[in-house]
Design a binder for this molecule. Structure first.
Ligand SMILES: Cc1cc2nc3c(=O)[nH]c(=O)nc-3n(C[C@H](O)[C@H](O)[C@H](O)COP(=O)(O)O)c2cc1C
Length: 193
């Protein structure tokens, strides 16, 4: 069963490296026949939070927010590519997510794929996202992936390289298996399976 999957990524830095991992995730899930779209917070370009989507009257939210709200509601599963800044989450992605609520995000599974330059592999940002996503009614799948030494593990085209890349390529199929299982379960529960 093909799923509609959104892959979120939230670095605004000019020299950002996590986009390699986001591109890798999109390619891997796409190769399994899913309809996958990268939600790049920088490209979406929501402002620093003022009004949430729910604060607008129907049809009056800015076009980029409205378009994203529709995509969120239609998705079967989410993947969060979470980089780590100062032991926490990246503000660009948190800002994007804070624009929405349970009405757009709840009752879908999410997989967390963390990364960082160092050996902690973004594990602390992964942990930080758990309560935030749970508060939005998202169910986080048990399987996680963590990539340390991000630029030594993926080249600029998102191809795994070196020992870190080999470890990623070994871990990612089981992560996708888990996400797919929950995505299919949700789709069936909605009567769409
Ligand atoms: C503001 C800032 C804070 C950072 N803090 C951490 C950190 O706490 N732990 C860590 O492992 N790496 C940290 N790093 C290194 C990042 O893991 C690395 O720069 C990574 O590539 C950032 O993701 P991005 O390139 O997609 O923006 C930090 C980098 C920046 C720019």
């Amino acid at each position: 069963m093909s799923l509609s999957i959104l892959v979120f990524y939230g670095s605004y830095r000019e020299t950002r490296a996590g986009i390699r991992l986001a591109d890798y995730a999109v390619a891997q899930l796409g190769a399994r026949g899913h309809a996958v779209e990268l939600i790049d917070a920088r490209a979406v370009g929501l402002p620093m939070l003022d009004k949430r989507y729910m604060d607008y009257a129907p049809g009056e939210a800015p076009a980029n927010m409205e378009t994203l709200a529709r995509k969120l509601k239609a998705a079967d599963a989410f993947v969060f590519i979470t980089g780590e800044y100062n032991w926490g989450m990246q503000p660009g992605l948190k800002n994007l997510i804070d624009h929405f609520g349970n009405a757009e995000l709840a009752r879908r599974p999410a997989g967390i794929v963390s990364y960082s330059a160092g050996r902690m592999a973004g594990a602390r940002s992964s942990s930080a996202w758990h309560p935030t996503l749970t508060s939005l009614g998202i169910n986080i799948v048990h399987s996680t992936v963590a990539v340390g030494g991000i630029t030594a593990s993926l080249d600029e085209s998102g191809t795994p390289i070196g020992d870190g890349g080999a470890a990623l390529a070994r871990a990612f199929p089981a992560f996708m298996d888990e996400l797919e299982w929950w995505g299919r379960a949700v789709k069936a529960a909605k009567g769409e399976g």
